[in-house]
Design a protein around this ligand. Sequence first.
Ligand code: TYD
Ligand code: MG
Length: 474
Amino acid sequence: MARSRTVHRCSECGAESPQWSGRCPGCGEWNTLIEEVDRAGAGKLAARLCGRQPPRPVAAVDAHDGRAVATGVAELDRVLGGGLVPGSVTLLGGEPGIGKSTLLLMVAAAVARRHPVLYVSAEERAEQVRSRAERLQAVVPDLWLLSETSLPAVFAACDEVQPGLVVVDSIQTVHDPDLESAPGSVVQVRGCAHRLVLEAKSSGRTVVVAGHVTKEGNLAGPRLLEHVVDTVLTFEGDGHHALRLLRATKHRFGATGELGLFQMNTDGLAAVADPSALLLEDRRADIAGSAVVATIDGHRPLLVEVQALAHSSSLSFPRRSAHGIDANRLELLLAVLHARCAVGLGPLDVFVSTVGGVRLGEPGVDLGVCLALVSAASCAPLAGDLVACGEGGLGGELRQVAQIPRRLAEAARLGFRRAIVPQSAQVDGAGLDVVRVATLGDALRAADLPPAAVEGGRAGVARSDGAQAAAGLR
Ligand code: TYD
Ligand code: MG
């Protein structure tokens, strides 16, 4: 009989520790170590299932075996650099309700036009999946549905259907009866993922699994599974906006930078032809605190509205809230505004949010965020036809970012007329009136924000009334 030992595994990073402690020694998270039984024979079983292969000269390995095959869902194929690789395991992570099942059913139907696909729904009955398939025009002959939570039953169905693609929705709801742990637990999620990986590698079937993540990401979710699977896709968006963003955060077969864009309609997810126009659709340019940044996401130029609100705080530690931009970056920009431009928002609650749930992870958005902040604090709307891009340095200088001409061309296409960019940017105008500035202070002046907001030393007032706040900045 296989010997077993008890280990404590982190539900966030997967690190193993012989003893329990309050804090994971791997990632430093608190209360994430969970006891599990590690079977000594598990590794041997894995080796047996995978089949032992002798070493081969690199030239003797057939590169075609690792080639991506297009799914037929163009935005997904773009993110994957061509499509799904046979025998690979892909995890699609996202918050509940974001559209994972919808996307996976569409992919399953598209692939089923070429060979059999098994769609395992461990959350919904087959009838529910069928009615969704009708909405999505996904009722195709070689798409097989299985409403099942037990993993051995899934493998039995694979033997029957012989699918080229197996979709498991979701990894948190399937379970392996051989594991002494409740469905959804860390042990189950990891164990099931391992078994699916072994199945994919030994059979050559492509496996795609859905995984739920909470906003805190502390469920037994993608972070834990990242090490096990070949590709991790994240599906994001603001539930109240139709736009959905698909990214690869890990991809063993290609690059991870590409962005896929979908729009959630009543009949499923459609590729977005003009994402910038969709993101700016409901914009009201006459509101103070609204700025449009010209950013690059993946290989796409994108115009995104950043909204800021600065409001008198009743707390001794005013609130800082950042959605779509990094909270630490917001703190840093607030410090630069204070130290270099004499705009101190210290006593105010500050909220910054991007429209459409777009995550702006590149530094080129710094200038736009600063313009939105100062516009909000001074109650002075920015010109509606103004865009900005540039990275803010700690010295208050503005630094160049990549591909400024492409960003400005996108802005010109959508009717913007003025752009503020760093001095060093080499741009020929691109049909816009381009203002090149060396510092953040110069940028605030070029954006016609009240001069006092830029130059006054008494910035950072604790007043809720907009006009008074503007006056306080003087
Ligand atoms: P779903 O794919 O079930 O999300 P997840 O699997 O990530 O939990 O779909 C989420 C939402 O999408 C649901 O509230 C209904 C909506 N939806 C549409 O708007 N149009 C559609 O065609 C479908 C199938 C769903
Ligand atoms: Mg679902």
